[in-house]
Design a protein. Structure first.
Length: 351
């Protein structure tokens, strides 16, 4: 049975504040990843004039945990609000309406006015390609996360009573993960459905961490979490250089484990950092908290323009820093403008 609490109390409120801090940092890491991703393979239609092994490695490492951690935190907060605060989604219909407003409305709006026109300019996509990418949400640039998370909520809510129990819950989580892997391999990823089955496991992990409190995990030092995460990820990169079916199978399992470890590790790392700083007194972080969603929605296409202008003109490290600074600044200005008006706030999923 789930424990029932009346909330918030001081400790629970601190937990929520820590999660809000973690979400801000993860948003910044997503922008940082996209600022580096140009130096990985085939991220953008242009080819880097100067290669950078360091930026490529760093981008791949960030990509191994940032969105997984964000999804885990979403599950953690879901348990907190739904079963401790008892103030969230009383019916399945309530949840669907809430997530349509929060996730699908901004998906549609930002696709139409921002992502599709700019992507068409850079990639010269056909109408058919645009339909597959954005109408069917098979590869909708950074907006894939919105549809994936929407699907995760829809999948998780009716399964939550089963996931509460062990071992049934673990079997459902593992089964969903395998469905996602096999589905992506053999069928189109329409509306991000197969991706959502995989990410369901991370959402459920966050849910379980809150359900069982897992206070002993908080005692593990930050450097242990970080050292293990970088080590596991580095091993996966080394193994990619080797051929052979057995090595590839081992590396496939290890990469998936790296994603899970990274999500849990950075959840506790960011929680620990939040507990030792007064982040909610920092005006910059508070401003980023208010604008984090629209920054995520608009930042990537700004990076496209910066890449097109600077590629081959500056050192990759400086190029990356400019990508990050310009995309954060410009998307923050867009966010600030949109948040001024009730109609535009609604269109980007804000209250």
């Amino acid at each position: 049975m789930r424990e029932k609490f009346v909330c918030p109390n001081t400790e629970q409120q601190q937990e929520l504040n820590n999660c809000n801090f973690a979400k801000i940092i993860l948003m910044l890491l997503v922008v940082l990843y996209h600022s580096m991703a140009f130096w990985t393979e085939n991220w953008f239609c242009d080819i880097p004039a100067f290669q950078s092994t360091v930026l490529s490695f760093a981008a791949k490492w960030l990509n191994s945990f940032h969105i997984y951690t964000f999804t885990l935190i979403s599950g953690y907060i879901f348990y907190y609000l739904q079963y401790e605060c008892k103030k969230n989604y009383k019916t399945y219909g309530t949840l669907i309406r809430s997530k349509l407003r929060r996730l699908i409305v901004p998906y549609i709006f930002v696709s139409i006015v921002w992502v599709v026109p700019i992507s068409a300019y850079f990639y010269h996509s056909t109408i058919k390609e645009m339909i597959f990418q954005y109408v069917l949400a098979i590869a909708p640039s950074q907006l894939w996360f919105l549809f994936m998370l929407f699907d995760v909520f829809l999948l998780f809510y009716p399964l939550s009573s089963v996931i509460d129990r062990e071992p049934e819950g673990l079997l459902v989580i593992f089964g969903g993960y395998m469905i996602g892997i096999l589905g992506e391999k053999f069928f189109p990823n329409i509306f991000q459905i197969w991706t959502s089955f995989r990410y369901l496991a991370y959402f459920a992990m966050g849910y379980k961490l809150r359900q069982h409190k897992s206070s002993w995990l908080r005692k593990i030092p930050i450097w242990v979490w970080l050292f293990c995460d970088v080590s596991i990820f580095s091993i996966t990169q080394i193994l990619m250089e080797y051929d052979g079916a057995f090595i590839k199978l081992i590396n496939f399992a290890l990469r998936n484990f790296a994603n899970l470890w990274g999500a849990i590790a950075f959840f506790f790392i960011l929680q620990s950092v939040a507990e030792h700083i007064s982040w909610n007194r920092c005006r910059v972080l508070l401003a980023l908290q208010r604008t984090s969603m629209p920054i995520y929605l608009f930042h990537q296409q700004i990076i496209y323009f910066v890449i097109r202008f600077l590629n081959g003109r500056v050192h990759p490290m400086l190029h990356m820093l400019i990508n990050f600074g310009v995309s954060i600044s410009a998307s923050f200005l867009i966010a600030s403008l949109l948040l001024k008006y009730k109609a535009t706030k609604f269109l980007i999923g804000e209250k």
